[in-house]
Design a protein around this ligand. Structure first.
Ligand code: B12
Length: 247
């Protein structure tokens, strides 16, 4: 495919994803992602590109979270995963119809429950696709919605034009570290990405809080929390009118 054709094809593909319900879309090159642990290990071998997509979550859900996840957050979490899986499925089908090998990676499927690993990290893909940076909470932080997004990935060999990573904007902010109910966030910054989870988190404390405490609460069906997402200053202003209409 020549460059102009690839530029137009990428533009159209991204537009289609927005129409399908994605709020943010970006393209990463898979070559640097080969350093990630994937399942299977050769997952990326026949794919040169990864499309990353994010859907925003309703802000009011986070306003209701105080010190533990709520049943409404649990429901929104399930719905977002369904929407993302559907967008990824339809995208992979569309790219395949255009002659490109394409694989949707599930939004929230854990393959190794002991060590908490999926097929591939959506956050790493999203960061390389320019959707945001890796914050002190280890989550992807987007300039517009903060961490109030869920992510999905489609691997493909379509010659899409790649986007680049964006600069980390956490600065000296420690709001997620101070609010974490597990005391799991170390508060260290990274220019690119953490070498491993334990560089950013006391990872076992985070996983234990979610798995043995929050996931056991009534009407909570998964290892969710939401507190470091809620307190992050990025995304807090989004969805709030400033023209007096709502007051
Ligand atoms: C298993 C899992 C968990 C486990 C383990 C979490 C973990 N950090 O690994 C538990 C149950 C503890 C958990 C908790 C949470 N999770 Co979770 N989880 C997953 C899941 C299914 C797999 C994660 C995985 O394989 N991690 C492996 C590790 C090594 O990767 P990582 O955490 O991304 O960190 C590394 C890479 O990002 C790497 N990296 C970053 N950029 C680059 C670039 C290059 C080139 C390379 C080589 C590496 C690299 O640096 C990090 C350190 O090595 C993903 C979905 C998915 N497929 O990604 C969701 C996911 C990460 N979870 C998510 C969320 C929101 C949460 C919670 C907030 C719970 C909630 N929903 O309320 C907490 C937050 C925990 C935290 N602060 O990290 C979202 C994150 C969205 C976002 N905005 O970032 C995801 C992406 C689900 C989704 N579809 O949106 N989760």
């Amino acid at each position: 495919m020549d460059k102009t054709l690839a530029v137009n094809y990428t533009k159209q593909a991204k537009q289609k994803l927005i129409e399908l319900g994605a709020d943010l879309v970006g393209v990463a090159e898979t070559e640097p992602l080969q350093a990630l642990k994937t399942d299977p290990p050769n997952l990326l071998d026949s794919f040169s590109r990864a499309l990353s997509m994010a859907v925003q979550l309703p802000a009011a859900v986070f306003e209701m979270i105080a010190d533990q996840p709520t049943p409404i957050y649990d429901s929104v979490y399930q719905t977002a995963n369904r929407i993302l899986d559907e967008i990824a499925f339809k995208t992979a089908k569309r790219l395949q119809n255009d002659g490109f090998r394409s694989l949707p990676i599930p939004a929230s499927q854990v393959l190794d429950m002991q060590n908490w690993y999926a097929a591939i990290s959506h956050k790493a893909v999203a960061r390389m696709a320019g959707l945001g940076w890796q914050g002190k909470n280890l989550l992807l932080i987007t300039p517009k919605y903060g961490s109030r997004v869920r992510l999905v990935t489609v691997l493909t060999d379509a010659p899409l034009i790649i986007d680049g990573p964006v600069k980390n904007r956490c600065g000296n902010c420690m709001m997620c570290r101070d609010a974490c109910p597990a005391g799991a966030i170390k508060g260290l910054n990274t220019e690119n990405h953490y070498k491993n989870r334990n560089e950013a988190l006391y990872f076992d404390k985070c996983a234990a809080k979610l798995d043995t405490e929050f996931a056991q609460l009534p009407k909570i069906s998964a290892q969710i929390c939401g507190i470091c997402i809620k307190v992050c200053p990025f995304g807090r202003k989004f969805g709030k009118r400033s023209d007096g209409f709502a007051s």
